[in-house]
Design a protein around this ligand. Structure first.
Ligand code: NDP
Length: 263
């Protein structure tokens, strides 16, 4: 199947690691130009130079900034327009989860989490909206979590914020149609830097990576018996972002190995 991405421009937020990096790579493999960002300049530059060696520096634009900085998003959008003409697809991936319960989440934690989850969508979307409208095949695809529909007590504010983001995306799918399609993926457990950090901080340091991840998959009762890998999420993102998904908007796709319990 031809995804129709040859020569199109895809913007990926949080592209220096995990799902975002796999998405950058998958989009480049499909022949798209890719602009991506992350806060940490060192890792971003290292990744960009590796990708430039593989795909050509003319296909890439990497910029270090936080998606929570509205001016930086606007400046990035201007750079993308100057370099590639317009943005055809925006993939909002930047972020991380917060592990805390109702009892140990302060007001400041709630505000930080709500700000991260909502404005990591709103700032890039506002910055790229005009370009996406001009594209003719504009799309926004958000990385969200199963926690939106299946909250967990140990991630109370992340779960609540994720549900709110699904509501926002549904509204946008109506308001931005027909010019821009808006979809999301709902991620279960994907073996990325987030989980690597939790593995590194494990209580029993004698446990191997294989044992620790195997136990995690069993504890979470994942029907497919393992965590997903970033490439498995990336393939779904690139499809939803592409012209091949031209009649899909307001939709969500689970990438979870079957771990959801809702119908
Ligand atoms: P990683 O930690 O591997 O990658 C996160 C990426 O986002 C990095 O490039 C990071 O770079 C960047 N980033 C984080 N915050 C910002 C910011 N404010 N501005 C710009 N870039 C930022 O994590 P994942 O690949 O796992 O996560 C990708 C998305 O998937 C996240 O939104 C996460 O919450 C979500 N998710 C992941 C799950 C999983 O199991 N892996 C489960 C549910 C949701 P830097 O730190 O340098 O900014």
């Amino acid at each position: 199947m031809d995804l129709g991405l040859q020569g199109k421009t895809i913007v990926v937020t949080g592209g220096s690691s995990g799902i975002g990096l796999a998405t950058v790579r998958a989009a480049l493999t499909e022949g798209a130009n890719v602009a991506f960002c992350a806060r940490g300049a060192e890792r971003l530059e290292r990744v960009a130079s590796e990708l430039a060696g593989e795909f050509g520096a003319d296909k890439l634009l990497a910029q270090a900034f936080s998606v929570l900085d509205p001016e930086a998003n606007i400046a990035f959008a201007a750079q993308v327009a100057e370099r590639f003409g317009t943005c055809d697809a925006l993939i909002t991936n930047a972020g991380q989860g917060r592990v805390s319960t109702y009892a140990d989440t302060s007001d400041a934690d709630w505000r930080d989490e709500l700000e991260l989850k909502f404005f990591s969508q709103l700032h890039p979307i506002r910055a790229f909206e005009a370009q996406l409208r001009a594209s003719g095949t504009g799309s926004i695809t958000a990385v969200n979590s199963l926690l939106a529909y299946q909250p967990e007590a140990h991630m109370v504010c992340t779960s609540a914020a994720r549900a709110g983001v699904q509501s926002l995306l549904k509204s946008l799918a109506g308001e931005l149609a027909p010019a821009i399609r808006v979809n999301s993926i709902l991620v279960g457990l994907i073996d990325s830097q987030q989980w690597q950090r939790r593995f590194d901080a494990r209580e029993d340091q004698s446990q191997s990576r294989e044992e620790w991840f195997g136990n995690l998959a069993r504890r979470k009762a994942i029907p497919l018996g393992r965590l997903g890998n970033p490439e498995e999420a990336a393939r779904a993102l690139v499809f939803l972002a592409s012209p091949a998904a031209s009649y899909i908007t307001g939709a969500r796709l689970e990438i979870s190995g079957g771990v959801s319990r809702f119908v």
